[in-house]
Design a protein around this ligand. Structure first.
Ligand code: ZN
Length: 338
């Protein structure tokens, strides 16, 4: 059973010289917020910026090899890994999301016709197809073979590239500042990669000045349903446990102008989802939002995050107790012949 230490936590530790600092702010001051059930890894929180991450991180080989047919650790993952085509139900969900949500958000900012678009984690290509039909030149990238094959064989999309999560930052880039738009709406990816910073840095290089990025991510502090013991208990699928604040800070740190960042009330899985729309500054435009030092100035303190996690766990335990009492009462009534 995972154990939080939200209130009585140990004082922050200072990482040794050989340890990696915070992926977001480079700070080496962190403390433990949760130990995993197996006891072989922990979730750390950066005392400077509030970023939560798995420790030790998975190796690139371990990250890619555990996404197989039996992968069930990410409770919000509708499209499972493996080489088979996804189920009709999952594919239909993806198509509805693309038609009623994804393309609508993009077209509020960009007219796709004639644009160069990177569709990162494109799943089976539902949104890629729509963007292509709208007249864009789209390159799709997908870690799971079944999805990528469906996009190629059934949707007849020609520019679909297979890339594992450990190398998602090595997406096709014909030249720097090539893309008008990078789309990461179909499924969240930042929590799954080994360094969100490295991925976002590469996207910044890949975008034209004034280019847009659209991104979906989960806020671990706002679970919608408690399927797991803890909000952070999603197995090794999530290398990072992001919040609205830390996700937005990543974009600021990279130099993007944030146009929208909020909880998207129309979208949820087991967690509330964050919607980010950001823009690379136009040529000669001074970026007004870039922060030289990422701090907690505008976000919750690490203590507030700990308290929130503590309350989430208490709430979950209360729910389990209520369910157990209800079951026991039902059994007694059945025994008495009611
Ligand atoms: Zn940090």
């Amino acid at each position: 059973m995972p154990s939080h230490s939200p209130i009585e936590h140990s004082s922050p530790s200072i990482l040794g010289a050989n340890s990696a600092g915070c992926d977001l702010c480079h700070s080496s001051e962190f403390s433990v917020v949760m130990d995993t059930p197996e006891g072989n890894s922990s979730i750390l929180i950066c005392e400077n910026c509030g970023l939560m991450r798995a420790s030790p991180p998975l190796s690139p080989e371990a990250l890619d090899s555990f996404y197989d047919d039996t992968f069930v650790n990410d409770p919000g993952c509708q499209l499972r890994a493996g080489s088979n085509f996804p189920s009709d139900k999952d594919r239909k969900k993806e198509e509805i999301l693309a038609e009623t949500w994804g393309i609508q958000i993009i077209k509020r900012f960009v007219e796709p016709r004639g644009k160069h678009i990177l569709d990162l984690r494109c799943r089976t290509g539902a949104l890629t197809s729509i963007l292509t039909e709208e007249g864009a030149e789209v390159i799709g990238v997908e870690p799971f073979g079944g999805n990528a094959n469906y996009a190629r064989e059934i949707r007849r999309l020609s520019n679909i590239v297979d890339l594992p999560f450990s190398r998602l930052h090595q997406f096709p880039l014909p030249s720097n500042e090539y893309y008008d738009l990078v789309n990461i709406l179909p499924h969240h990816v930042l929590a799954h990669v080994l360094s969100p910073r490295r991925l976002l840095e590469q996207i910044f290089i890949a975008l034209k000045p004034g280019g847009y990025i659209f991104l979906d991510e989960k806020d671990v502090l706002y679970p919608v349903r408690h399927k797991k013991q803890s909000a952070l208990d999603s197995g090794p699928a999530h290398q990072f446990h992001l919040t609205l604040h830390t996700t937005a800070q990543y974009f600021r740190a990279m130099g993007f102008n944030l146009l929208e960042y909020e909880i998207d009330k129309t979208r949820s899985s087991d967690f509330c989802h964050i919607r980010i729309v950001a823009q690379k500054p136009k040529a000669n435009e001074k970026n007004s939002t870039i922060l030289r030092k990422i701090t907690l100035e505008t976000g919750p303190s690490t203590e507030a995050i700990r308290r929130r996690l503590w309350w989430l766990e208490r709430g979950w335990n209360l729910r389990l107790t209520r369910l157990a009492v209800k079951k026991k009462s039902l059994r007694m009534l059945q025994k008495l012949g009611f």
